[in-house]
Design a protein around this ligand. Structure first.
Ligand SMILES: [Zn+2]
Length: 360
């Protein structure tokens, strides 16, 4: 059994791959940008290897593939199979031709930029190093969600312009047309390899790409983007750096509150009920707004005060219950006096014990 990947290009700014899997299943995936992309097989290595590992099949890349990327991918396989031995096993990778290492990688330093707390923190604190910000439509925003895509892109363009950095804009169907149908879990496995696909495709512009961490050293666990795993998707021309594990989300929010650009364009919401950048009703919007309040900041994209009734009714899964308790501690630490909100948080915690037995 094999997964066979045939790369193609439609001009310099548009790459794709026809992927033939076991059982006659086939997929066509496309990635396009406002910048030129690498048309070799290299960007498709991280994009397809986790699926081959899940199926336990040989991966055949029908194009020239960077030899350093192939070496590094062996370590990526060891890590993924070590974390998830029942679901991911090491597989053979066959390539049509090995491409020799690039002698001089591009001098640019990119940083993935969704407009959230982690990416703004990296963009602000590493401002002097970073030469490009990279926005992707097709990962946290579905490719067919044109309205949110436009809104988020427009906001990222304005933020990049205010930060004085060119924005590399990517549109891809990799997740929707391949990873999701193949049921590779986005959070625990695929989002890191998916970002690595984009990084490798940008080899003519950036020699390093920063992946802003959503984790800290204290809370690290197996996760699709991880300081051990991300560098294993590096090629001879693009090195991936997983950064900023020494600050937690509250500390990062406190830092970006000082940045007017961040406070004008922050986008943290993945639910986007109501067609705005942030719904102001979900857990993530609540946590971010609370931290901004504790820091004494004001944010144009989370303009309304926290509504205790909304917090009381919020759906809290068990993994977030601890963070709600932490919110109470943080409010106490900062002398944030809001008795009604405190009661609402306690009520949401109690309610979450009942709701965990129901499918949302
Ligand atoms: Zn929200």
């Amino acid at each position: 059994m094999t997964i066979s990947v045939e790369p193609f290009t439609k001009g310099s700014h548009h790459i794709g791959a026809r992927i033939a899997g076991p059982g006659g299943r086939s997929f066509t995936v496309e990635t396009e940008s406002n910048h030129a992309l690498d048309g070799s097989a290299t960007p498709w290595l991280s994009a397809t290897l986790p699926v081959a590992m899940k199926l336990g099949t040989t991966l055949r890349l029908r194009g020239a593939t960077d030899s350093v990327a192939l070496d590094n991918a062996r370590r990526a396989q060891q890590i993924l199979s070590g974390w998830y031995p029942r679901h991911y096993r090491p597989v053979e990778v066959e390539v049509e031709a090995q491409r020799l290492p690039e002698t001089t990688p591009a001098s640019g330093i990119g940083c993935f930029f969704s407009g959230g707390v982690d990416s703004f923190y990296s963009a602000v604190t590493q401002h002097d190093r970073i030469t490009h910000l990279v926005f992707v439509h097709g990962y946290d925003i579905r490719p067919d969600d044109e309205e949110l895509g436009r809104l988020a892109l427009d906001s990222a363009r304005k933020a990049a312009a205010e930060l004085g950095k060119p924005l590399i804009e990517i549109r891809t169907t990799l997740r929707s047309d391949f990873a999701d149908p193949m049921r590779v879990p986005w959070d625990h496995v695929y989002h890191g390899p998916a970002l690595a696909h984009v990084a490798a495709a940008l080899s003519s512009h950036v020699g390093t790409v920063i992946v802003p961490s959503s984790d800290t050293y204290e809370t690290l666990e197996p996760w699709g983007s991880h300081p051990d795993l991300d560098p294993c998707w590096s090629t001879s021309s693009v090195t991936l750096e997983h950064r900023e594990l020494d600050h937690n989300r509250k500390q990062k929010t406190f830092r970006i509150v000082e940045s007017p650009v961040a406070m004008n364009h922050l986008r943290v919401c993945w639910e986007n009920k109501g067609g705005g950048l942030n719904c102001e009703r979900c857990f993530k919007c609540f946590r971010t707004r609370l931290h901004i309040d504790l820091a004494g900041g004001r944010c144009a994209t989370l303009p309304n005060p926290i509504d205790p009734d909304t917090v009381r009714r919020m759906y809290i899964n068990p993994s977030r219950r601890g963070l709600l308790r932490k919110s109470l501690v943080e409010m106490d630490e900062h002398g944030y006096d809001a008795p009604e909100l405190e009661q609402a948080i306690k009520s949401a915690i109690r309610r979450s014990y009942l709701l965990q037995f129901f499918v949302r």
